[in-house]
Design a binder for this molecule. Structure first.
Ligand code: ADP
Ligand code: MG
Length: 683
C-alpha cells in the first residue's frame, strides 16, 4: 500500500503485546511486520451493543453484547467440559447466556464487572439462550465501546482478538503513518487519506465508511501493481534501441494492391499506427486485439514485409503446426511472387529441410520465417532479426516470448496478436506495458453466425441441416472436446467414434477426420483436402480451435459443448462465418452445472467476443480467464479486477506521476527505491 510508517516504533509495539513465540506463530500465517497488521483484514465486524434486549436478538446473526454477568451456575458434563449458565444484564434487559469452560472468567469479573460477550442465539434447546464463544472483560460499558463497530480478526491460535485490536489501535495512533498519495491527487480521485482509510478499515463507523476505506486500499493495491508496468511501458517506448524499418515500400504497396479486398477501416487504422511507430524510430511493442475473423493476418503480413524490405529478417511464431502450415502457405502464395524468401520451421520436419532453414536463419539476408515452438529452441540462431510477430499470443508463456525476442542482439520490434478478447480492465492489468490496438470491425458483408442449442436427442435435425448445406456446396465441422491431457484418449475415441458414425449418416458425402495424434503429413493432407472442398465434413478434436481459415465452411457443430470454456466456444464458432454466407453454430450439450448453463446462454446471446469476455469474467472471475500460462500470480486482496473504472483511473494516475516526478516527489521516489531494491535482489 502507498504509505510509509516507522518500523522501529512498530517493532516496539509488537514486542510489547506479543511474546516471541506468539510472533513466530503469527509470522507463520504471514503476519510479520507493522504493515501486515495494519492491513490484517477482519473476517467480520461486530456492533457492540449495551442497549439491547433479548427480543432484539435474531437468529444466525452474531452479536457483541456488553453487560454484567449475574447468577452464574455451572454443570460438569464431562471431565473437560463445563457448561456455565448465567444472566447478562444489559441496559434494558437480562439475557440468558451459556458458555463452555473459560472458568477464569469468574475470577476476573471481581475486578472488571463488564464483559463483551461475542456469540449467537442458540434456539435448539428447550429454553433458548445466547451462546457465547468468547468474552472480553472491561471496567465500564463506555470503555467497551457501546454502539461502536469492532473488527473480528481471523482466528489465530494463541493470540486473542483483543490483543490484535490493541496492536492495530496503537499502530494507527503512534507509528507515524505517512501517506504517499498527495492530497491533491486524493481529492481528485475522491480518496480518503491513508490514515482515515486504515482507521475506517478496522473501526468503521458504518458501511459507507468501510466502503470508502476499501476504495482507497483497492486503489493503492492496483497502483502498486500497475506503476512498474506503466514505467516499463514508457521506458520501452523511449529507450529500446531498435531496428529502423520503413513501412512505405514497394513491397508493401504491391501486397496491398494484390489483395482481393480493401483493408477495413479498423485494419487501416491499426496498420497506420504501426507505421507511425516505425517512422518515429520508436520500437513497436504492440498488442493487436481483434475478434476471430477480423483480419489480423494481413496486418501481420504487412509488418513482416515492411521489415523484410528494410533488409531484416522477420519471424512469426504460432502455437500449432496446422496454423504454421496455413500461414506458410498463405505467405508463399501471396509473397513469394514478390520475391520474398519464405521459410517454415516446425517440430517434425525432414532433416535436410530443417538444416536449410537453420542455415538461412544464420545468414545475413532478409526472409520471413513462420514457426512453432521449434523457433524458440536454443539451437535456432536468427541473425538480423528485426520483427517478431506472435500470433494467438495468449497461447504462449511470457518466457517463450522473451526467448525469441532475445535471440537478436538488437531488440526486435514486437507485435502480439490475440483473438481472445480480454476485458479492458484485465487488459490494462496484464498488458499495462504494451501499446494496444483493437480491430473492432469485421470485413464487410460478414453475417454473425446464428447459434442454436439442443440436446443430443436433436442431433438428427442437425444432421439434416448439415446435409442441406453440403449438397449446396458448403462445408461443415463437427468438433469433439479435448478436456485434459489425461482424458486425451477418451476424447480422441469420441472423435473417432463420431467420425465412424457420421460416415454412416453421410454415406454419399466425403467425411474426414483430424486429431492431434495423427502424423503431421496426415494432418496437412486432411487440411489441404478440406480447404479444397475434397472433404466436405470435417470431424475433429480441438486442434482446429485457433486460426484455421476455410471461408467455405459455414456450419460448426460443437459436441458436448458444456465441457468447453467460453473463450474456446467462441474461438470454435469463429471458424465459420468467414465468408459472405450465413453461418450456423450448433451447441449440442447437456449442461448440468449452473456455470455451463451460463456459458451456453452467453453464446446464444451474443457473438461479440468482448461481451463474451466480460461475461466470462463474471462467470469465473479473473483468475483463469487468460489461461493458466498467463493468469499467473495476480491475486488482489482488496481490488476487484472487473472494476473497469478503477483500473482505468489508476493507469491515468500512474502516468500522471511518471510524467511529473517533481510534483509527485514522494511517490515517485518510493517506487524508484523499490525498483532499486528489486534490482539488487536479482543481482
Ligand atoms: P483473424 O483475425 O481471425 O486472424 P484472418 O486474418 O484469418 O482473421 O482473416 C479472416 C478472413 O477474412 C480471411 O479469409 C481473410 O482473407 C479475410 N479478410 C481479411 N481482411 C479482409 C477485408 N478487409 N475484407 C474482406 N475479407 C478480409
Ligand atoms: Mg488468425
Amino acid at each position: 500500500m502507498l504509505f510509509l510508517y516507522n518500523s522501529t516504533i512498530a517493532h516496539r509495539i509488537l514486542s510489547k503485546y506479543l511474546t516471541s513465540s506468539q510472533q513466530t506463530l503469527l509470522g507463520k500465517q504471514g503476519v510479520r511486520d507493522g504493515e501486515h497488521f495494519l492491513l490484517l483484514r477482519p473476517k467480520k465486524y461486530d456492533v457492540r451493543r449495551y442497549d439491547i434486549s433479548f427480543s432484539d436478538i435474531s437468529m444466525d446473526q452474531s452479536y457483541a453484547i456488553i453487560g454484567k454477568i449475574r447468577s452464574v451456575s455451572k454443570r460438569q458434563i464431562r471431565r473437560n467440559l463445563t457448561v456455565f449458565s448465567a444472566m447478562l444484564m444489559t441496559k434494558t434487559d437480562q439475557i440468558p447466556i451459556v458458555w463452555f469452560n473459560q472458568k477464569y472468567l469468574i475470577e476476573k469479573l471481581k475486578h472488571d464487572p463488564f464483559v463483551i460477550a461475542n456469540g449467537k442465539l442458540d434456539a435448539s434447546q428447550l429454553s433458548p439462550a445466547f451462546q457465547v464463544s468468547n468474552f472480553e472483560v472491561c471496567s465500564s460499558f463506555k470503555v467497551a465501546g457501546d454502539g461502536q463497530i469492532f473488527p473480528a480478526y481471523p482466528d489465530i491460535k494463541g493470540v486473542s482478538n483483543k490483543v490484535l485490536v490493541g496492536i492495530v489501535k496503537e499502530l494507527l495512533s503512534t507509528s507515524d503513518i505517512v501517506d504517499l498519495i498527495p492530497k491533491e491527487l486524493r481529492d481528485q480521485e475522491g480518496l480518503l487519506s491513508i490514515k482515515d482509510a486504515l482507521m475506517a478499515f478496522h473501526f468503521p463507523l458504518n458501511q459507507r465508511s468501510l466502503d470508502d476505506a476499501l476504495k482507497r486500499l483497492s486503489f493503492d493495491e492496483v497502483f502498486k501493481y500497475m506503476y512498474p508496468r506503466r514505467d516499463r511501458h514508457q521506458k520501452n517506448k523511449t529507450t529500446r534501441s531498435s531496428v529502423s524499418i520503413s513501412s512505405d515500400t514497394a513491397l508493401v504497396q504491391s501486397y496491398v494492391n494484390a489483395l482481393p479486398y480493401a483493408l477495413t477501416h479498423a485494419q487501416a487504422r491499426v496498420w497506420s499506427n504501426i507505421c507511425s511507430d516505425f517512422q518515429s524510430n520508436r520500437s513497436v511493442f504492440r498488442l493487436i486485439q481483434g475478434d476471430v475473423g477480423s483480419g489480423k493476418t494481413d496486418i501481420a503480413i504487412l509488418s513482416l514485409l515492411a521489415c523484410v524490405s528494410s533488409g531484416y529478417k522477420s519471424a512469426m511464431l504460432v502455437p500449432t503446426e496446422i496454423l504454421a502450415e496455413q500461414h506458410y502457405l498463405k505467405l508463399l502464395d501471396r509473397c513469394s511472387s514478390l520475391g520474398v524468401r519464405i521459410c517454415l520451421l516446425k517440430g517434425k520436419q525432414r532433416k535436410k529441410e530443417r538444416a536449410e532453414v537453420l542455415d538461412a536463419l544464420k545468414s545475413d539476408g532478409p526472409l520471413i520465417v513462420v514457426g512453432t515452438h521449434a523457433l524458440v529452441q536454443d539451437s535456432v540462431d536468427i541473425v538480423k532479426l528485426g520483427l517478431v510477430v506472435i500470433d494467438e499470443q495468449h497461447r504462449f508463456g511470457v518466457f517463450q516470448r522473451q526467448t525469441l525476442i532475445e535471440k537478436s542482439t538488437i531488440p526486435p520490434h514486437c507485435l502480439f496478436m490475440s483473438a481472445t478478447p480480454i476485458p479492458r480492465s484485465l487488459m490494462l492489468t496484464h498488458y499495462g506495458d504494451l501499446d494496444h490496438d483493437v480491430i473492432d470491425e469485421m470485413p464487410p458483408g460478414r453475417l454473425a453466425a446464428k447459434t442454436y442449442f439442443g440436446k443430443i436427442q436433436r442431433l438428427g435435425q442437425v444432421h439434416e441441416f448439415i446435409r442441406l448445406a453440403l449438397t449446396s456446396g458448403r462445408q461443415a465441422y463437427v468438433v469433439y472436446p479435448l478436456i485434459e491431457e489425461s482424458e486425451h484418449l477418451e476424447s480422441l475415441q469420441a472423435a473417432v467414434d463420431g467420425f465412424e458414425a457420421l460416415q454412416q449418416v453421410f454415406l454419399d458425402c466425403r467425411v474426414g477426420l483430424l486429431h492431434g495424434q495423427m502424423s503431421n503429413d496426415d494432418k496437412q493432407r486432411v487440411m489441404a483436402l478440406f480447404k479444397a472442398n475434397e472433404i466436405q465434413l470435417l470431424v475433429s478434436t480441438t486442434v482446429i480451435e485457433v486460426g484455421v481459415d476455410v471461408p467455405n465452411a459455414t456450419i460448426m457443430v460443437i459436441m458436448n459443448a458444456e465441457r468447453f470454456g467460453l473463450s474456446q466456444l467462441h474461438q470454435l464458432r469463429g471458424r465459420v462465418g468467414r465468408g459472405k454466407d450465413q453461418a450456423h453454430c450448433f451447441l449440442v450439450a447437456d449442461p448440468k452445472s449452473v456455470e455451463s448453463r451460463q456459458r451456453i446462454k452467453a453464446m446464444l446471446n451474443t457473438t461479440n467476443g468482448f461481451e463474451l469476455a466480460e461475461e466470462d469474467l463474471k462467470i469465473r472471475g479473473p483468475g483463469n480467464l487468460l489461461g493458466t500460462q498467463q493468469s499467473g500470480e495476480i491475486v488482489f486482496a482488496f481490488a476487484n479486477l472487473s472494476n473497469k473504472p478503477l483500473i482505468q483511473r489508476v493507469v491515468q494516475c500512474c502516468d500522471l506521476v511518471l510524467k511529473n516526478p517533481d510534483r509527485y516527489r514522494d511517490i515517485y521516489d518510493y517506487f524508484l527505491q523499490q525498483s532499486a531494491v528489486q534490482a539488487e535482489l536479482l543481482n
